[in-house]
Structure formats: structure tokens, C-alpha cells
Design a protein. Structure first.
Length: 282
């Protein structure tokens, strides 16, 4: 077969990776946009992520998503990074350009797009509480600030990590005229319009790591995870009168952003998100 006729290859590389919905999402995007590509799951050993990515590129891969726990390492693999990936210091999308690998982070843009376009939540002027200061929080903080809320408070179990994250984003926050603060989980204040859970607490079935006082009237509470991992936090939010949203929309929208990085076209997402939701609840 002539190589020019082969579909372009992409993959999600992680550990674990068997649970990933990305191959299904990108297959639907390819069909909806008429793009010729295949998208696989590739399991990388914990100490062999770089070699796995290089092997995939050498075998003809055009780009890949990188997922837990490799997003920080992927940042070091890229020769060039988007401004949002540099701010996050983490990469979830690599494009194997001939003149050097390009790294991007589409998580935050995916979250903001889901909140603003799918959930109809205008972030401008809101008070946001971001719980967590690990990889997930650092991937979304820059794009959240760029949506120009009034104030963002980053609260973390280890307050020093929240302070470091806030310090790194201070010039970006200033450029977008957003107040940005760091604190611990016990002193993060009350009455927020939007509370985002980017901690791993819900993985442990822990509900919320903060008191319900953080939820202002009409608050929206979002867990960046989806499926069973998000349920404890979402249930806590509903029990305290907030509107709850999981991270499934973010998952689809970050994939759409990655697809655009690779293919130059942003696929439609509404139908794909609907299909995934049906699959989840079936
Ligand atoms: P991820 O890439 O998913 O963000 P991570 O970088 O390990 O994973 O970060 C996990 C985050 O969840 C951290 O903010 C962590 O707090 P610490 O920095 O203090 O470790 C937070 N976290 C994990 N378990 C938690 C719990 N039971 N309660 C509150 N926060 C928790």
C-alpha cells in the first residue's frame, strides 16, 4: 500500500491508559470532520515514557496526547511549547513537527469552553475557588484567569504548593486584571459563585475537602473528573444546593482543542458529549 494513503496515526500515552475514552472521541471527531486518522492507546512503563513517545513518533505517529502521570515529563520532551503549556509547565498534547516537537496544554481551554459554551456559565466577573495545586490545577489556572473572573482563590491541602502556583501565575493574573490568592483548605473563605475541584480527594471517595460555606447562593460546583471518581464531590455539592457538573464536557473539549492543534480544524463536540453521557448513564 502506498504510504500516502495510510491514515495519520495519533495516540494517547499514559499509565494506566486502558480506561481512556480518547480513542472513541477522536474517532468520532475524524468521522465528523472527514479527516483520515487512527488513534490508539499506548501504555508506557512508568520509567519509560520518553522512549515510548519516541518509538511512536519513529513508527510514523504524527502526534499524541499524554495523560497521567506523564504531563510534566511531556513538557520537557517538547522543543517548543504554547504559552499556555509554558504557564502550566505541563503538556497534554504533542505534535511531531519536522523542525521539532510542539507541546501544548489543552486542559484549561477545554474546561473554560465547556463551562462557557456547554454549561452557559459566564466566568467574567465571578469569584472562583480552585481546590488543588497539583497537575490538574496547574493545567487549568492560566485559561481560567484569561476568562477574566473577578477573583481566583487557589486552596490546597499543602498551602505552599498553592502559593507557588499563584506566584507563577501572578503576572498573567495581573495582565487580565484578576485578583489571585493562595490559601489552605481551612481558610479559603465563603460565598463563591464557582468552586472547581482539581484535587484527588474524590478519588478516595472523600466528598469535598472544604466546608459547604464556600458555596455561595446559586453556586456551580465542578469536579474535573468524571464517572465514579467525581460522584462524592458532586453529591456533596447537590446536597448543599449547588449545581453540580462533572469533567466529561472538559474531556471532550480538551480533545477538540488537541484535534485542532494536529489537524487545524476544531470538530463539533455537542453530539459526542451527548453520546458519551448516554454511555455513562446507560
Ligand atoms: P493531579 O495531576 O491529579 O492534580 P497531583 O499532582 O498528585 O495529581 O495533585 C493532587 C492534588 O490533590 C494536590 O493538590 C493534593 O494536595 P497536596 O498538594 O497537599 O498533596 C490534592 N489532594 C490529594 N488528596 C487529597 C485529600 N484527601 N484532600 C485534599 N486534597 C487532596
Amino acid at each position: 500500500m502506498d504510504t500516502a494513503e495510510r491514515p495519520d496515526r495519533y495516540a494517547v500515552i499514559g499509565h494506566p491508559v486502558a480506561h481512556s475514552k480518547s480513542p472513541d472521541i477522536h474517532a468520532r471527531f475524524a468521522a465528523l470532520t472527514g479527516q483520515s486518522l487512527v488513534y490508539e492507546r499506548v501504555l508506557a512503563p512508568l520509567d519509560g515514557m520518553a522512549a515510548t513517545v519516541r518509538d511512536f513518533a519513529a513508527a510514523g505517529g504524527r502526534g499524541c496526547n499524554v495523560t497521567v502521570p506523564f504531563k510534566f515529563e511531556a513538557h520537557d520532551l517538547a522543543q517548543r511549547c504554547s504559552p499556555r503549556a509554558m504557564l502550566a509547565q505541563a503538556v497534554n498534547t504533542l505534535r511531531f513537527d519536522a523542525d521539532g516537537w510542539f507541546g501544548d496544554n489543552t486542559d484549561g481551554a477545554g474546561l473554560v469552553h465547556d463551562l462557557q459554551h456547554n454549561a452557559g456559565i459566564d466566568l467574567a466577573g465571578r469569584d472562583l475557588l480552585l481546590l488543588g495545586a497539583g497537575g490538574a490545577a496547574s493545567g487549568v489556572l492560566g485559561p481560567l484567569l484569561a476568562a477574566r473572573p473577578r477573583r481566583v482563590v487557589v486552596a490546597n491541602r499543602s498551602p505552599d504548593k498553592a502559593r507557588a502556583l499563584v506566584q507563577r501565575h501572578a503576572p498573567w493574573a495581573q495582565a487580565h486584571e484578576v485578583e489571585l490568592w493562595a490559601c489552605g483548605l481551612d481558610d479559603c473563605g465563603s460565598g463563591y459563585g464557582l468552586v472547581l475541584n482539581a484535587t484527588a480527594a474524590s478519588l478516595q471517595g472523600a466528598g469535598s475537602p472544604v466546608s459547604a460555606a464556600v458555596l455561595g447562593p446559586g453556586a456551580v460546583a465542578v469536579d474535573l473528573m468524571y464517572g465514579p471518581a467525581a460522584q462524592a464531590f458532586l453529591q456533596w455539592a447537590r446536597e448543599h444546593g449547588a449545581t453540580a457538573r462533572d469533567g466529561l464536557g472538559m474531556l471532550v473539549e480538551q480533545a477538540a482543542e488537541a484535534f485542532q492543534v494536529w489537524r487545524g480544524v476544531r470538530p463539533p463536540t455537542a453530539e459526542v458529549l451527548r453520546e458519551l453521557r448516554t454511555g455513562l448513564t446507560a
